[in-house]
Write a protein that binds this ligand. Structure first.
Ligand SMILES: C[S@@+](CC[C@H](N)C(=O)[O-])C[C@H]1O[C@@H](n2cnc3c(N)ncnc32)[C@H](O)[C@@H]1O
Length: 359
């Protein structure tokens, strides 16, 4: 297969079609976004006593290892089946990726002195070693396509093969209307294999974009994707990846216009989210922007999932920090950590984009 068509297979959007972001932020637009945001109060997110009791029972069921293994294997099979249904079958892509000599490439990017936070060393997404494994790194893009195939249907039934692309485009479009200036230097914290980083490059082609991730496996695959895209376009892209913690990136202070966290916070305990927001504050120039795209805890779509005790417990079994994120009150934390009150907009029926500027 030619490199360009391989890249097209791997890319959720064609980098050949460059999109420039026109920053068209106006007071009136920003007010519209704030006004349309659903009322947000973290106390509204607490469950009823009956729900909490039912959750306790289902939690005990999931803490029974054989049941947990059965449930996570079933969930994984569902994602794989959905991949085939939407035209992104997993097997051909995984077979192709597994041919690569990943271990040699890993040695080049891995920071052996990096100490992983405890939360990162636990089983996650049904992988025993969490994100610290080749399986997680090679499957993450396919999983994103499967998981996001139904996010634009409020009932989560209809599948759109383009759901992942649409979700990311919606993030960038909403973000662009809220930014005060076009960024020239961008950090993408929790970049995984670069889906979000290449998306930022596509919107801000003149900016240098640095993707940071705690998993050296993900960063290795991100570098592989970077090489693929650069070869397909016949030019070196201003995109870089580094193996580092978002809490302490080691990047210079006050040097960046935009720090983006795309679909990261729901995978972190709130203590880590706070530390990463503090790090974003340090990295940004005065007036620089923090942009976050995440599941919206206040959306009726997510509330429906939360009210289905069994489905929600199954979800939490592979997303152990989701409840901590859901009840955190992210917008208040951002404001208390040296940013303006975040402006918000819907990115899908269950996702929102938040942008706040450094005070
Ligand atoms: C759901 S993935 C999101 C990936 C990507 N931003 C996207 O939009 O597809 C979350 C990523 O955050 C990374 N991550 C989690 N904790 C982190 C931390 N403290 N510092 C840096 N990356 C972290 C994980 O390794 C994972 O790659």
């Amino acid at each position: 297969m030619a490199v360009s068509s391989m890249a097209a297979l791997a890319l959720p959007f064609s980098l050949a079609t460059r999109i420039r972001c026109n920053v068209i932020s106006t007071e009136s637009q920003q007010q519209t976004f704030s006004a349309t945001n659903e009322a947000s109060s973290s106390s509204a997110l607490e469950g009823t006593p009956a729900m909490n009791l039912a959750t306790g029972v289902v939690n005990s069921l999931f803490s029974f290892k054989p049941f947990f293994r059965f449930a996570s294997a079933t969930a994984r099979q569902m994602l794989i089946r959905r991949g085939t249904e939407i035209g992104h079958p997993w097997d051909p892509e995984l077979c192709k990726l597994r041919l690569h000599d990943w271990d040699s490439a890993l040695k080049v990017v891995q920071d052996n002195d990096l100490e992983y936070p405890e939360y990162y060393l636990k089983p996650f997404h049904a992988y025993d070693n969490g994100n610290l494994s080749w399986d997680a790194a090679l499957e993450v893009e396919l999983a994103a396509k499967s998981v996001h195939a139904n996010v634009f249907d409020p009932k989560r039934k209809e599948l759109d093969p383009n759901g992942d692309v649409r979700l990311r485009e919606s993030y960038h479009e909403k973000m662009c209307t809220m930014l005060k200036c076009t960024p020239r230097a961008v950090v993408d914290i929790g970049c995984a294999t670069g889906l979000s980083t290449f998306g930022l490059h596509q919107y801000f082609p003149d900016a240098t974009v640095i993707g940071v991730d705690l998993s050296p496996y993900f960063v290795t695959v991100a570098n592989y994707r970077l090489k693929e895209h650069s070869e397909a376009l016949g030019q070196k892209l201003p995109v870089h990846f580094m193996h580092a913690a978002g809490e302490y990136t080691g990047l210079p202070s006050g040097a960046f216009d935009l720090v983006s966290l795309c679909l990261v916070c729901h995978e972190l305990p709130r203590s880590a989210t706070k530390q990463i927001i503090e790090e974003a504050q340090r990295l940004l120039k005065p007036g620089g922007a923090l942009a976050i795209m995440e599941m919206n805890p206040y959306s009726s779509s997510l509330q429906r999932m939360v009210n289905n005790v069994f489905a929600f417990t199954a979800f939490k079994a592979t997303e152990p920090y989701f409840d901590d994120y859901r009840t955190f009150g992210l917008e208040n934390a951002i404001e208390s950590l040296g940013f303006s009150s975040p402006i918000q907009a819907e990115s899908s029926p269950s996702h929102r984009t938040l942008v706040a500027h450094k005070n």
